[in-house]
Design a protein around this ligand. Sequence first.
Ligand code: FAD
Ligand code: DLZ
Ligand code: SF4
Length: 512
Amino acid sequence: MTVLRFIFGDQLSMDLPSLKTTSSSDLVFMTEVNQEATHIKHHKKKLVFIFSCMRHFANALQKKKLNVEYSYLTDSHNQGSFKAECRRIISKHNIRKIILTEPSEYRVLEDVLTWETEFEIPVEVLEDTRFLCSKSRFKKWANGKKQLRMEFFYREMRKEYDILMENDKPVGNEWNFDSQNRQSAPENLKIPQCHHVKEDDITIHVKDMVNDYFSDHFGDTEPFFYAVTRSDALICLKDFITTRLAHYGTYQDAMIEDEPFMFHALISLYLNCGLLGPMECILAAQEAYYQKKAPLNSVEGFIRQVLGWREYIRGIYWLKMPDYKEENALDASRPLPSFFWSGETAMNCLNVAINQTKKNAYAHHIQRLMVLGNFSLLAGLDPHAVNEWYHIVYADAYEWVELPNVSGMVLFADGGVVASKPYAASGSYIKKMSNYCKNCAYSPDKKIGKGACPFNYLYWNFFLVNYNKLKSNPRLGMAYRTLNGFDDDKKLAIQEQASEFVNYFDKGVNHD
Ligand code: FAD
Ligand code: DLZ
Ligand code: SF4
């Protein structure tokens, strides 16, 4: 009996459950499909990354003497979707059973669950053990809780995996050192360049293909220096641990115009496609702490992201889907401004973040949250449009991780499942945490009138627009007390300038 082991493009791990127990008569199948590349028009660099990783992984499987069939996007027989490709392979090889690891995305899982009936052969869907918290474990944690705060989930994970623990106590007697992780960057701060991997012939070939077939997609393919194999991804992880982790915590929230990666790890794209596993990243950081190579605020900060946030976000996705995708608690409906694609805006912080995104298919967390996300929240952008944009533009974006970050953490579209209040901030925050404002046409110190930073009046306008929905949120008491102190003329001026500003970009015109 020939068993088909179907591997998706974000399942590139040798320890994948569906690869274990593979026998020599089994067929391992991977396919590049047009539907995945175009159901949303992924960033060109993301496509190069995924297809190149897939091809390298297929080669690595073949080196292990597995029987691999790989379907290229340009093959004339390629049917263009997972299901159609599966049907083709079943009849070609007389397949009697399919084994796969559960897909990471709800849409794909729904599709897979129709295969057994459709193909009339057994389809065994295995749990994805590459995550540290199973769906059922998360459900158990969430069960009966009024609030699903990441911090408490994270503490359980620390205990469960015995990470940064001394007996029953957290190392350093605190669970969280975030208060030490909010410094802005001093001038002349030296930031080591992250490791650049030299592209090989496979990547060069894929790049040509992507430029030919997906030329109308957003983003640049050059320069390409991301790892596309596990061995190179491990070198990138080691490079982060030895050169940037020590300062990771302190400057976690800082932004510098010409430094797209700061002290960040640049590993999410590898974690999310399977080249790296979360526990090896956590253990490498923990080891750096015990070897006195990095301080606790950095190591704990990093581990919180991987063991806490990443697992929590995935848990929320599977707990709340499919309804989560439709949520829009603030009834936001404004279309995405065209400058999200062109990068052409006089707002320097957005200009920098969008242009770096276009070049690298990457922006670091605080750019995603406090610049791009904050703007999307304050301007009342439609959650569907914002989610699609984030899903398209980042090399690490898959719906399971993008959606709760955007609808939950950024837009408050879930009404407070992920965040206890909207992460709204005025221009002062961006001024404090970055050097963007120095090169901006607007002034962060000007609250209203010509030349005022749009974040300033959009901020108060946001609280006015959402008055009835947010005024009772206990964490917004201070904001509403201040707003209530504004006289009517001031409120009107804020609303008028905010509406004039958004009308400009609604019409596709840049405000100046
Ligand atoms: P670091 O800052 O060095 O963090 C280390 C690791 O922690 C990351 O690689 C990532 O695996 C994990 N991590 C940190 N924060 C989060 C988080 N909030 N959710 C999940 N994992 C986290 N991350 C994605 O992997 N894919 C996405 O599509 C994505 N979309 C985002 C959208 C928005 C609006 C926001 C605010 C955040 C998003 N994030 C996403 C989370 C985070 O911004 C990225 O994981 C991070 O910027 C990746 O860069 P890094 O590897 O240098 O991360
Ligand atoms: C993101 C992506 C893209 C662009 N292309 C493919 C592909 O051609 N073949 C493939 O197996 N996977 C691809 N992926 C990753 C999938 O979208 C991802 O595995 C599913 O969404 C998981 O549910
Ligand atoms: Fe952004 Fe306002 Fe600063 Fe300009 S002044 S960079 S728009 S925060």
